[in-house]
Design a protein around this ligand. Structure first.
Ligand SMILES: NC(=O)c1ccc[n+]([C@@H]2O[C@H](COP(=O)([O-])OP(=O)(O)OC[C@H]3O[C@@H](n4cnc5c(N)ncnc54)[C@H](O)[C@@H]3O)[C@@H](O)[C@H]2O)c1
Length: 448
C-alpha cells in the first residue's frame, strides 16, 4: 500500500471482530427480507446478490498491474455470521410471521430459517398515528413525554446489547414513510439544546423517526434513514452526530424506478440529448404502498424522488437542453401486486436539430428484493465508517439513496456512476490506497 495523507486512517481502524447488532425500527417487508436473506446466506441456501459489500470487487493499482480483491476482503467489515438483528414494530408478529404477511420470499424458502426468524420479536414501537395515518397497531410504548420515549428506546438497545453480547450497533430506519412537514426551519430543530427541550415538551412537530434517531445518536450508534422522512436532515441531529462522533446517512433507499432514472439520465446528459418530459408511474400493493396512499406520506416520497433529475441535468447550465422539462411522478396503491411493483417511465427526449424521440422503460421489479441488500451494505459501511473515526453526514454513501444527504451548501450528487466512483474512492482513501481518476493519461507518458 502506498502512503497517502489518509494512510493514518487505515492504521487506526478499530477491529471488526465481535458481534454487530443491527437495529431496525420497522420490521415489515424490507427488514424481514433482509433478515431472512442474511440467514439464508449464512446457512448456504442463497447468494447475497445485489450486495456490493458481499459480491463486488474493487480495482486497486494501475491497469497494467491491477488487483481486484472483493470489497469485503479489502476493507474490514463485520462478517454476516456476526450480525444479530433486533427491531421495533407497531405489530406484534415475529419476523417469520411478518415475512409471511409481506409475501416477498416463498414460504418454502422461509421455512429453511424459520427457527431463527421466529426468535426475532419486535419491541414495542414509538408511534404517532398523526404521522402515519393508514396503519393501526397495538405494540406501542407509552411515556409522559417524547424524551421519556427516547429513554425507553435506549433501554431496549442496552438490554439487546447485553443479552446478545454485542460489540457494536448500527440503526437503519425501515419504518413507514411519515407525513411530510414543511416546518424543518422551526427553532426546535436548529440546535441540540432546543431539540432536547422540545422532546421534554413533547412538541407535536417531532415525528417518531426523530426519536429513534436521537436515541441512537445519543448512544453513539450510527444511523441510516431508509425512508423519505426528514429525520436526520435537521441541524440539531447533525450536531448530535458530530458531538458523539457518529456517522449518519440518508435518505430513502434508491431501489426501483429512481435507480433506473439515475442510470439513464446521466447517459442522456453525457451525450447532450435534451429532455422535454419524464413521466414516471408505479403500481405497488404492499404495506408501503398502502401508507403512501395517504397524500401526506406520498408528499414525502414525491419530494425525495422529485429532485433527482435536477442535479444530474443541471438545467441552469444547459437551458437549451433541460430548461423546461416536465417531471411527473405517480405512485398508485394496487393491492393485487403486493411487493411486485411495476414502474413505467415515458421519457420524451430530443436530439440533433431538436428532433423528438421517446424512450419507454417498463421495470417489473421486486421492491424489497432490491432494498434488502442496500440495507445490508449501509449497516456494514456505517459500522466501518464509525470504526474508521468518521462522523456526521457520510456523503460517500449517496450511492444508496434517492435523496442523498450532503453539506447544506452543496448540491447532492445523484448520478449512480459518480456515486459509485465516490464510494470506491472513499474506500481506497480509508485504506490508504491511491484514488483512481480513470483519465488513463499516465499509460501514454514516455511511450514515445
Ligand atoms: N422497498 C423499497 O424498495 C423501498 C425503497 C425506498 C424506501 N423504502 C422505504 O423503506 C421503508 C420500509 O419499507 P417496507 O416496504 O418495508 O414497508 P412496510 O410497510 O412493509 O414496513 C414498514 C414497517 O414499519 C412499521 N412502522 C411504522 N411506523 C413505525 C414506528 N414509528 N416504529 C416502528 N415501526 C413502525 C410498520 O408497522 C411496518 O411494519 C418505508 O419508509 C419505505 O418508503 C422502501
Amino acid at each position: 500500500m502506498s502512503e497517502t495523507k489518509y494512510s493514518g486512517m487505515a492504521k487506526n481502524i478499530e477491529s471488526s471482530r465481535g458481534k454487530l447488532g443491527v437495529l431496525l425500527p420497522g420490521m415489515g417487508a424490507v427488514s424481514s427480507t433482509l433478515i431472512a436473506g442474511v440467514f439464508l446466506v449464512n446457512t448456504g441456501h442463497a447468494k447475497p446478490i445485489g450486495s456490493v459489500t458481499q459480491m463486488s470487487r474493487i480495482r486497486l493499482g494501475k491497469r497494467d498491474n491491477p488487483q481486484y480483491p472483493f470489497i469485503k476482503d479489502f476493507v474490514p467489515l463485520a462478517a454476516l455470521t456476526d450480525i444479530e438483528f433486533g427491531g421495533w414494530d407497531i405489530y406484534e408478529e415475529n419476523c417469520y410471521q411478518s415475512a409471511l404477511t409481506c409475501g416477498v420470499i416463498d414460504k418454502q424458502e422461509l421455512d429453511l430459517v424459520k427457527d431463527q426468524l421466529e426468535k426475532i420479536r419486535p419491541w414495542s414501537a414509538v408511534f404517532d398515528p398523526s404521522f402515519v395515518k393508514n396503519l393501526t397497531g397495538t405494540n406501542i410504548k407509552n411515556a409522559p413525554n417524547k424524551m421519556e420515549l427516547a429513554k425507553l428506546l435506549i433501554k431496549d438497545i442496552e438490554s439487546f446489547k447485553k443479552e446478545k453480547n454485542l460489540e457494536r450497533l448500527v440503526m437503519c430506519w425501515c419504518g413507514s414513510t411519515e407525513a411530510y412537514q414543511d416546518c424543518m426551519d422551526d427553532k426546535a430543530f436548529q440546535s441540540l439544546d432546543e431539540f432536547e427541550s422540545a422532546l421534554e415538551n413533547s412538541l407535536d412537530l417531532i415525528p417518531p423517526s426523530m426519536i429513534y434517531a436521537y436515541a441512537a445518536l445519543k448512544m453513539g450508534i450510527p444511523f441510516a434513514n431508509g425512508s423519505p422522512n426528514q429525520t436526520v436532515d435537521v441541524p440539531a441531529l447533525v450536531e448530535l452526530s458530530i458531538k458523539n462522533n457518529t456517522p449518519i446517512s440518508g435518505k430513502d433507499f434508491k431501489t426501483g424506478q429512481t435507480l433506473m432514472k439515475t442510470i439513464v439520465a446521466p447517459g442522456l446528459k453525457s451525450r447532450m440529448l435534451g429532455l422535454d418530459g419524464w413521466f414516471s408511474s408505479n403500481i405497488l400493493g404492499n404495506r408501503d404502498g398502502e401508507v403512501l396512499d395517504d397524500p401526506d406520506s406520498f408528499r414525502s416520497k414525491e419530494v425525495s424522488k422529485g429532485s433527482v433529475l435536477e442535479s444530474i441535468l443541471q438545467d441552469d447550465l444547459y437551458p437549451d437542453l433541460y430548461g423546461n422539462y416536465y417531471h411527473k411522478i405517480r405512485i398508485e396503491y394496487y393491492p393485487p401486486r403486493g411487493d411486485a411493483k411495476e414502474g413505467w417511465d415515458n421519457i420524451d427526449i430530443k436530439g440533433w436539430l431538436g428532433q423528438k424521440m421517446q424512450l419507454k422503460i417498463n421495470f417489473l421489479c421486486r421492491d424489497s428484493i432490491l432494498a434488502a441488500p442496500v440495507v445490508l451494505d449501509l449497516v456494514l459501511f456505517l459500522d466501518l465508517a464509525h470504526r474508521a473515526g468518521m462522523r456526521g453526514v457520510q456523503e460517500w454513501l449517496s450511492f444508496y439513496f434517492k435523496s442523498p444527504q450532503c453539506r447544506p451548501d452543496l448540491k447532492p450528487v445523484n448520478s449512480l456512476f459518480d456515486q459509485d466512483e465516490k464510494l470506491r474512492n472513499t474506500l481506497r482513501i480509508i485504506m490508504g490506497e491511491e484514488v483512481i481518476d480513470h483519465s488513463g493519461l499516465n499509460y501514454y507518458e514516455n511511450k514515445g
